[in-house]
Design a protein around this ligand. Structure first.
Ligand code: FES
Length: 575
């Protein structure tokens, strides 16, 4: 364990504790804000990085959560300071909040580095906020605790339970097929998001907050607690108390993160039937800690990890049910034989100690390995001449008969073309076609949006078709479902084989054998490659220019090449 800190060895002492001109300035400005020596002298300065925003309805309660964290910090003898950072809200941000995940990671790192901060509690939950905050914190490597915003309440329509995302896609298809009235559609709109909190299916938000806890960065149980449950507030105060202790103990991310902790994260992702997005985020988060996670590691762990959480979109229930069934601690305790329970966490205890005694209260919601929903995990990694660097499919949420399928490609060069043509009654498509979307990857879109649950053509919806094989270099929402092979790398925009596919080419998807192939001869592909030209750059300036010039491919985490691996940036000089 690291040496305990003293008031003189706190990072913030360099700002406030010295007999220097600059320290005079820092203390006088603390007094300008109404603080005095009893507030700050010799105390750990705890930043509460708050992703609250009026632009992010998932996080609208985080001001109250921050107040509870402050209460805990004060109880433990720290000095809490609330710091707003980018919200990266999923719903309004275009082309995708993924475009801003790396921006949030940079902001987190720089806010922590540039200021007199000894430790931080990170408030997030809506999809990209979790990896964004943790990526920045891992690079900065000062003590941090992640405080998830918690899932929202279950949706309701005429007594029927509605799940975020999943039921939107389902009823949108029914509406397009002519089976749902405008009035019913509006009632669903009224009932599907009933409280603060992140999406309450096992989408990206629920997956990533659970994985933040499994990696060791949450107060035990925090990730499963609904946003509006009073336990959320109590846990927030506990996070405030714990972070002060962790600053004194100098318990940093580098003391917690290991290869084994990431293996735990991957195993739990598979047991949860978690979002495919978790793969790209875990690879990026590991990269910030100097750990390389090849896609095969996900596939290997998936093959030996049963599906245990009966949660939508792969299963039946929602996060509120999961919490009442015992939550993440109960799931972990039930699968502890599959985990490295000796891994250290922010409690100063091991993962195994954190989950000791956790009980399952509803065995239909949380299964044990002997009563698993499926013998292997929910996500598979595919390779082949169409995806030499990999692709992923959430086969747990796909139609089983499509997992081995060969069919003719129907190609769209970009999303605008797909939107314009997909409902054309003359579209040359059958239920056996393979819908292909190009130029939707990290560089092509840019930002690799969640367009991957490509719409079923209206003429097929009317015939009763509800799933087809679909391919793209984009992602899909964790709340989505269907036989969608995504994250194809390299992407079309940088000249990956996806760029060479033409309508009518035969595509082979073989999930049991982990294959994704284009049945076109090598000679023909070589001719097409010789004729291929990259699109001219769309972004002459700004963040988008930085993004497309430096973003890595999906299999590398879609982080910026200049932020992965490598040594940390030195502490700032204070002259
Ligand atoms: Fe925020 Fe889904 S929109 S988590």
């Amino acid at each position: 364990m690291p040496t305990r800190k003293t008031p003189e060895t706190l990072r913030s002492h360099r700002w406030f504790g010295r007999d220097e001109l600059r320290s005079f300035g820092h203390r006088s400005r603390a007094k300008q804000a109404g603080f005095d020596a009893p507030d700050y002298a010799g105390k750990p300065v705890i930043a509460i990085l708050n992703t609250w925003s009026d632009l992010n309805s998932c996080h609208m309660h985080l001001k109250l959560t921050a107040d509870a964290v402050k209460r805990g910090v004060l109880q433990a003898g720290g000095w809490p300071l609330e710091v707003p950072v980018m919200s990266a809200g999923e719903m309004y941000t275009k082309p995708t909040s993924m475009f801003h995940r790396n921006f949030l990671a940079m902001e987190t790192e720089e806010m922590l580095r540039a200021n007199p901060i000894d430790g931080a509690v990170l408030l997030g939950g809506c999809d990209k906020s979790t990896p964004g905050l943790l990526m920045g914190a891992f690079t900065m490597n000062i003590p941090v605790i992640y405080m998830p915003c918690g899932p929202m309440m279950k949706g309701n329509w005429h007594g029927e339970t509605l799940g975020s995302g999943s039921d939107v896609w389902k009823y949108w298809d029914e509406k397009r097929a002519g089976n749902l009235s405008w009035e019913s559609w509006c009632e669903i709109e009224d009932g599907i998001a009933r409280s603060p909190g992140h999406c309450m299916t096992m989408g990206t938000a629920s997956t990533m907050t659970a994985l933040a806890e499994v990696l060791g960065f949450c107060i035990p149980g925090a990730s499963s607690i609904p946003a509006v449950d009073s336990a959320h507030t109590r846990i927030a105060a506990a996070a405030g108390r714990q972070i002060v202790e962790n600053v004194w103990a100098d318990l940093k991310p580098s003391d917690i993160i290991t290869d084994k902790s990431f293996d735990n994260g991957i195993a739990v992702d598979m047991a949860l039937g978690g979002s495919t997005n978790a793969i790209v985020h875990l690879v990026a988060m590991a990269g910030r800690a100097g750990i390389r996670l090849p896609l095969e590691r996900f596939d290997d762990i998936s093959k030996r990890t049963p599906l245990l959480a009966n949660l939508r979109p792969a299963g039946k229930y929602l996060m509120e049910d999961f919490y009442l069934a015992g939550g993440i601690r109960a799931l972990l305790n039930g699968m502890r034989a599959l985990l490295h329970c000796d891994q250290l966490t922010i409690t100063g205890k091991t993962l195994g100690e954190n989950i000791d005694g956790a009980e399952i209260f509803n065995e239909d919601v949380i299964r044990t390995p002997d009563r698993a929903l499926a013998p292997d995990g929910g996500t598979a990694v595919l390779r082949g001449n169409l995806a030499p660097n990999g692709a992923v499919i959430k086969h747990a949420a796909a139609s089983k008969e499509l997992l081995t399928h060969t069919g003719p490609a129907l190609v769209f060069e970009n999303y605008a073309e797909l939107k314009a043509k997909i409902d054309d009654p003359d579209l040359p498509v059958t239920k056996d076609s393979v819908i292909v979307l190009k130029n939707a990857g990290p560089v092509g879109a840019p930002g690799m949006p969640e367009w991957g649950q490509l719409p079923i053509p209206k003429k097929l919806l009317k015939e009763g078709v509800r799933d087809m094989v679909r391919l793209s270099d984009c992602r899909m929402s964790g709340t989505s479902y269907g036989a969608c092979a995504l994250h194809i790398a390299p992407e079309a925009a940088v000249g990956g084989p996806l760029a060479l596919v033409k309508t009518g080419d035969l595509v082979e998807l073989d999930v049991p054998n982990r294959k994704l192939n284009l049945k076109v001869s090598d000679d023909e592909l070589a001719k097409r490659r010789a004729a291929w030209k990259p699109a001219p750059p769309r972004y002459p300036r700004g963040y988008a220019k930085l993004y497309v010039e430096h973003v890595t491919q999906a299999d590398e985490g879609a982080d910026f090449d200049f932020l992965q691996y490598g040594p940390p940036i030195p502490e700032p000089d204070i002259f």
